[in-house]
Write a protein that binds this ligand. Structure first.
Ligand SMILES: Nc1ncnc2c1ncn2[C@@H]1O[C@H](COP(=O)(O)OP(=O)(O)O)[C@@H](O)[C@H]1O
Ligand SMILES: [Mg+2]
Length: 251
């Protein structure tokens, strides 16, 4: 089922805010069907990297290819078409608090498709049912738990049937049970949708449960210091920072 075609290819990427360089010389590939984990301590540049991958930030140097196509140099219309293949779950879930769950999930469908109102409603109910929120269409974000909000955010990220899903710390702020449920859900969606998943997380149970491939970013050297399947890195990576990160007992 899996092909080894790189879905995303990053070459010699340098990321900076003005003259402040966050990371440099980053090169790696994300393959179709991967659950690719971006690891590293707080403030090392994980969210910054995710924002480059989804086109919210522009590299100060280097290239990003999406299915072989130059993502950075793409013309605006081309870029919009590329972005439509992405689903993003931002840190915190980021639902609109003044809208119901159904309205939140409907938003990208209204913006990017010409589906009728009733078709959108049907799609919204289907996506909410996929994340275990059937019947919660008319609830507001404040009326449900943190774990449910994350799942609603996931339903919204999946609204347009993306080929690649990006998650920034999806289980942050969740209790261990909700966190595990979210991991299961992510794996289930990958299986059923065949999606590629890119996830920023420092939760060890998640990293080992769902990660098929990973990179480790180090703020001191300002680049990637390890790459591989998390379980292999745990067994074979000799870098003390990576080893300490993967064997620490608490978050
Ligand atoms: N908008 C910004 N402007 C300037 N510096 C930023 C901005 N966002 C993040 N940074 C800095 O870039 C570095 C990486 O941040 P970030 O990517 O958010 O780290 P992480 O997600 O790994 O915790 C940090 O030093 C942070 O302070
Ligand atoms: Mg972050």
């Amino acid at each position: 089922m899996k092909s080894a075609r790189p879905e995303i290819e990053v070459k010699n990427l340098e990321m900076a805010y003005g003259s402040y360089v966050v990371m440099r010389d980053l090169s790696f590939s994300i393959n179709q069907g991967d659950v690719f984990v971006i690891m590293g301590g707080s403030g090392c540049g994980k969210s910054t990297l995710l924002k480059h991958l989804i086109g919210l930030l522009v590299p100060s140097k280097g290239e990003i290819y999406l299915k072989g196509e130059d993502f950075v140099a793409a013309e605006p219309e081309e870029k919009t078409a590329m972005l439509r293949q992405f689903g993003v779950l931002y840190q915190g879930g980021a639902l609109w608090s003044s809208m119901t769950l159904a309205e939140n999930v409907a938003l990208p469908l209204e913006e990017y498709t010409s589906l009728s109102h009733s078709e959108i409603q049907e799609m919204v109910s289907f996506k909410l049912s996929l994340v275990g929120l059937a019947g919660f269409e008319d609830f507001y974000p404040a009326q449900i738990s943190g774990g449910m909000r994350k799942r609603a955010g996931l339903a919204r990220a999946m609204a347009l049937d993306p080929e690649i899903l990006f998650f920034d710390e999806p289980s942050a702020g969740l209790d261990p049970v909700s966190s595990r449920r979210l991991d299961d859900l992510i794996l289930q969606l990958r299986e059923s949708l065949g999606a590629t998943i890119v996830v920023v997380t420092h939760e060890l149970p998640s990293i080992f449960a769902i990660g098929t491939n990973a990179i480790f970013l180090d703020p001191e050297t300002k680049t990637k210091i390890a790459e591989g399947a998390p379980k292999d890195l745990l067994e074979h990576c000799e870098d003390p920072k990576v080893h300490r990160f993967l064997t620490r007992s608490s978050n």
